[in-house]
Design a binder for this molecule. Structure first.
Ligand code: ATP
Length: 263
């Protein structure tokens, strides 16, 4: 089957005045339709750049990104992107933030009733029912993440890209949101590409984990996580096999930490 996304020998260099930052080097990988792929790597190794390229928000220096076998030449409207930065519109209440993607493109043709139904369904799915009229400033960090997730899911994209969505949250809330994300994703057949610093989080949720090297980001290791689903994010660390995955992937990551890189 054709992969839904394909990175072919991608390299990317950024220029800032005299400065030259080599972000990615020779990245080749495939994302299968319906899989949950986690990407882990040291800070600054080009993970967000890879997501930006997948969304068609920037062009590679060399190599190409293919979406369903076709080279990506413009913004990829089939993917939705939960960026690292919280970009909810502060002047819009939750339901109007979630509504935003439905005001654009083909979705603008949805009837008012369909639109209202869909917004309510996704707000409920992420557990924000009762907070529809709240402004982002009236929500906790976790609730803002939920609102961002509802806004990304509401137009029912084929691929969801998530850039460290739970990075800034406390450890307990992180587990709760991982569990909710899996509950929403498992069985949908949708593709999810999830960037994280947290190796345990990657193994907990993913079908496959890609470990990247420090900058310029290259692929150091790819591992299939053959742990049963549905997964219990609280108990999975004690399942036989989890520790082996952790050890193997950690040894790939560790090489970069020894070079003084922050993970
Ligand atoms: N638009 C840009 N202009 C200049 N440099 C950039 C730009 N975007 C990214 N970079 C640089 O490219 C490198 C890779 O950045 P990127 O954000 O992809 O890394 P990352 O792995 O997502 O990092 P983190 O885990 O800290 O979020 C960094 O050194 C960054 O400073």
């Amino acid at each position: 089957m054709t992969p839904i996304l394909e990175f072919r020998d991608l390299s990317k260099v950024f220029f800032k005045g005299e400065q030259r930052v080599h972000a990615l080097a020779h990245v080749t990988a495939e994302v299968e339709e319906g899989e949950l792929l986690a990407i882990v790597g040291p800070s600054g190794c080009g993970k967000s750049t890879l997501l930006n390229l997948s969304a068609g928000l920037m062009e590679p220096g060399t190599g190409e990104v293919l979406y369903r076998g076709q080279p990506l030449t413009r913004v990829n409207t089939q993917v939705s992107y939960v960026t690292q930065k919280d970009n909810l519109l502060p002047w819009r209440i939750v339901e109007d933030n979630v509504a935003l993607p439905l005001e654009l493109g083909a979705h603008a043709k949805l009837s008012k009733d369909d639109r209202r139904e869909r917004i309510a369904r996704y707000i409920e799915l992420v557990g924000l029912t009762g907070f529809e009229k709240h402004y982002p400033s009236e929500l906790s960090g976790g609730m803002r993440k939920r609102a961002q997730l509802a806004r990304s899911l509401v137009y029912e994209p084929d691929v969801l890209l998530m850039d460290e969505p739970f990075g800034a949250l406390d450890a307990q809330l992180k587990l709760v949101l991982q569990a909710e994300l899996l509950r929403m994703w498992e069985g949908t057949g949708k593709t999810l590409v999830f960037v994280t610093h947290d190796l345990a989080e990657a193994i907990t949720i993913a079908d496959r984990v890609i470990v990247m090297s420090s900058r310029p980001g290259r692929i150091r290791a790819i591992e299939h996580i053959d742990l049963p689903r549905p997964r219990d994010v609280f108990g999975i660390r004690f399942v036989p096999g989890f520790g082996d995955y952790f050890e193997r992937l950690w040894s790939a990551l560790r090489e970069d930490i020894h070079q003084g890189q922050e993970v």
